[in-house]
Design a binder for this molecule. Structure first.
Ligand SMILES: [Zn+2]
Ligand SMILES: [Zn+2]
Length: 398
């Protein structure tokens, strides 16, 4: 007979509180040392050391990614696997402006607290913390899934910081696309009429997309940068390139965006006499699939720890995450936890500052607790896990 779950949950909550100073220190260390996708070497070392010190069984470099890891807390028998995901990559130029230092420490904090409080789990199955590199651009979770790291995982969860606590928010699919224009170089003053201007083509593409947005569905997002605009002002640019994300709540509509994008790029090429090449990244980010059962457990655990959900103020749109791909493969949740005041945009310098604030500490602690409690709930109640599976299979709420 498995022990009653409530006293165990209380013990886990107390343990997170005892680990809170250590977790905040770790969060600040990661924040102070921003590392980009697939290069999160120090964060990987600190996080795995933390988990090992507190009694989890750690495997480093899983799935062929040197900065990935898996830490396991075993139960008393064979049974289901509940995964808690941790991200720890930063953004180029603006550091931890997505607050992944909080995601990482909430995730390992949950795992460490379970290991310390419960030792061997008094249930069949296991809880794993999976360290997933490269969320910002590299789709690390897709690589880990392709390598089999999520085989046998029955349910997965993580938290993400934002300017409000919301257990469910949609995330958009993305097709990433690159347009390259090929013209002909010539002296920009003495022979401009002999050149074919690839910069004009890329500017034409941006203008065409600006017009195209009027006829897009409201959830669609098309945004990009010029990654190569020429060499020097006295040379007619012979080569330019631009990268775009094409996003929508449905992957099918992302493909429609790609069709229209390609037509716009071909038009810009024709108008300037350039040749164009449009290529898209084979890895597609998928939208999040909701899981009301798991979201319900998480929301109830937020109530237990007195960290209330906030109403959505409707001021922000939606982002995307490689967690969306996980959610299309197995029951998954990706709740948001407040780490900043209302209205602070993610990927801003302001949000990076909030990711190292007392609010971020509160979010980290609440996130660690709610993740740990939800993982324990799912192991303690085969019925809850079966309901989560049923939600997944029926696409409930997706
Ligand atoms: Zn981000
Ligand atoms: Zn993020």
């Amino acid at each position: 007979m498995s022990p009653a779950v409530e006293p165990l949950k209380l013990k886990v909550v107390e343990t997170v509180d005892r680990l809170a100073d250590e977790l905040e220190g770790l969060s600040h260390r990661i924040h102070d040392t921003p590392e980009l996708a697939f290069k999160e070497e120090r964060a990987h070392a600190w996080l795995t050391e933390f988990l090992e010190t507190h009694g989890a069984r750690v495997e480093r470099g899983v799935g062929g990614l040197p900065t990935a890891f898996r830490a396991t807390i075993d139960g008393e028998d064979a049974g289901p696997t509940i995964a808690i995901m941790a991200e720890y990559d930063a953004l180029p130029g603006i550091g931890h402006a997505c607050g992944h230092n909080v995601i990482a420490t909430a995730g390992v904090g949950a795992g460490a607290a379970i290991a310390v409080a419960l030792g061997r789990l008094p249930y069949a199955g296991r809880i794993q913390v999976i360290g997933t590199p490269a969320e910002e651009g590299g789709a690390g979770k897709v690589k880990l899934m392709d390598a089999g790291v999520f085989e046998g995982v029955d349910a997965a969860m993580m938290i993400h910081g934002r300017c409000g606590t919301q257990v469910w928010r949609p995330a958009l699919g993305i097709v990433k696309v690159k347009a390259e224009f090929f013209g002909r170089a010539a002296h920009a003053s003495s022979w401009p009429w002999r050149g074919v201007n690839a910069l004009n083509a890329v500017i034409g593409l941006f203008n065409a997309l600006d017009a195209m947005r009027q006829q897009l569905r409201p959830d669609a997002r098309v945004h990009g940068i010029i990654t190569k605009g020429g060499e020097q002002a006295n040379i007619i640019p012979e080569y330019t390139s631009a990268e775009f994300y094409l996003r929508s709540i449905s992957v099918e509509y992302c493909w429609e965006l790609l069709r229209r994008f390609t037509a716009a790029a071909e038009g810009a090429a024709a108008a300037t006499g350039c040749r164009v090449s449009v290529t898209h990244d084979p890895t597609v980010h998928e939208p999040l699939r909701a899981n009301p059962t798991m979201s319900g457990l998480f929301a109830r655990n937020l109530e237990i720890i007195d960290f209330p959900e906030d109403p959505d103020d409707g001021q922000a749109g939606y982002g995307s995450t490689d967690c969306g791909n996980v959610s299309q493969r197995l029951p998954t949740i990706h709740p948001y936890i407040r780490i900043s005041p209302d209205g602070v945009p993610g990927h801003s310098r302001e949000f990076a500052e909030w990711a190292r604030s007392p609010l971020a500490r509160a979010g980290l602690v609440a996130g660690a607790k709610a993740l740990a409690l939800t993982a324990v709930d799912l192991l303690a109640s085969p019925e809850a896990l079966a309901n989560a599976r049923r939600d997944f299979e029926s696409g409930a709420g997706a």
